[in-house]
Design a protein around this ligand. Sequence first.
Ligand SMILES: Cc1cc2nc3c(=O)[nH]c(=O)nc-3n(C[C@H](O)[C@H](O)[C@H](O)COP(=O)(O)OP(=O)(O)OC[C@H]3O[C@@H](n4cnc5c(N)ncnc54)[C@H](O)[C@@H]3O)c2cc1C
Length: 287
Amino acid sequence: MQVPATFEYERADSVPHALELLEHYGPEARVVAGGHSLIPMMKLRLAQPEALIDINGLADELGGIAVEGDELAIGAMVRHTELLESATATDLFPIFRDAERVIADPIVRNRGTVGGSLCQGDPSEDLSAVFAALRATAVIQGPGGTRTVPVREFHQGPYETAVEPNELLIQLRVPVAPGTGSAYEKVERRVGDWPVAAAGAVLRIEGGTIVQAGIGLTAVGAAHFCAPEAEAYLDGRVPDAEAFAQAGRIAAEHCEPHADQRGPADYKRHLAAELTRRALARAAGRI
Ligand SMILES: Cc1cc2nc3c(=O)[nH]c(=O)nc-3n(C[C@H](O)[C@H](O)[C@H](O)COP(=O)(O)OP(=O)(O)OC[C@H]3O[C@@H](n4cnc5c(N)ncnc54)[C@H](O)[C@@H]3O)c2cc1C
């Protein structure tokens, strides 16, 4: 079936208006941002919302990439292409450039949004691993005001997030600290495909030792898209090849990859170790 079921359509003209519309239509309403995940799911009737609240009119209100104090703020309606082309974001965190270059294709990147990617909650989503590695915070707005949720608590299971039906994700905030390097490594079957496996690394090094490591993993069944055991192993260590290889092995041990059309579980576990090792080494080289 390639035709969606019938639905009401509303175009929000402000965040308060979008929240009013979500309240009015209730839990069977969905917001549509880039539509690159939601519309195909509606065509396949895997999603049958009774109402679509279009938030593309909020591209200014929910857009923008800027350093605010000691954080980088990225609006939920920032398109993949904007993030890829943002010197503010990619100079601070090259992990964004690494990841965005290999997310889908230009057509999807021109329309798909950062917020839509996080809210879709796909277990193979690249940006979920990136923001988990960066220890970002999600800003969510609802009828009672705004609240913040660490990205590492944002995903509550496949396709399930901390955003309630009457709320909107409005922004991602990434802590900025000196001495930080970052990188993303992905294996895909062909250009533009979802990952077979991918790993992101963020390293902060002071006085020749690692003071904080962030490791994000996607498509390999890592809980909350991160690898806390491998991060803990790296804390206080000298950033060398042996430490990175061991961190990769630890990260892979704690994954739960599933066999599917992209490959068997043991291959994905191998990739988790190897891509973590490579991402850590590249992140360290960028400090
Ligand atoms: C052919 C193809 C290839 C792709 N390849 C990759 C890939 O390699 N890697 C990858 O990571 N991704 C990939 N994607 C996904 C794509 O990059 C987008 O991330 C994805 O489409 C979601 O963004 P969107 O803005 O289109 O969201 P939408 O489809 O508009 O929305 C997705 C979900 O999020 C909800 N939502 C959207 N915005 C908000 C908000 N602000 N607040 C609350 N809820 C919200 C919607 O209600 C819906 O449930 C691919 C997509 C396609 C079509």
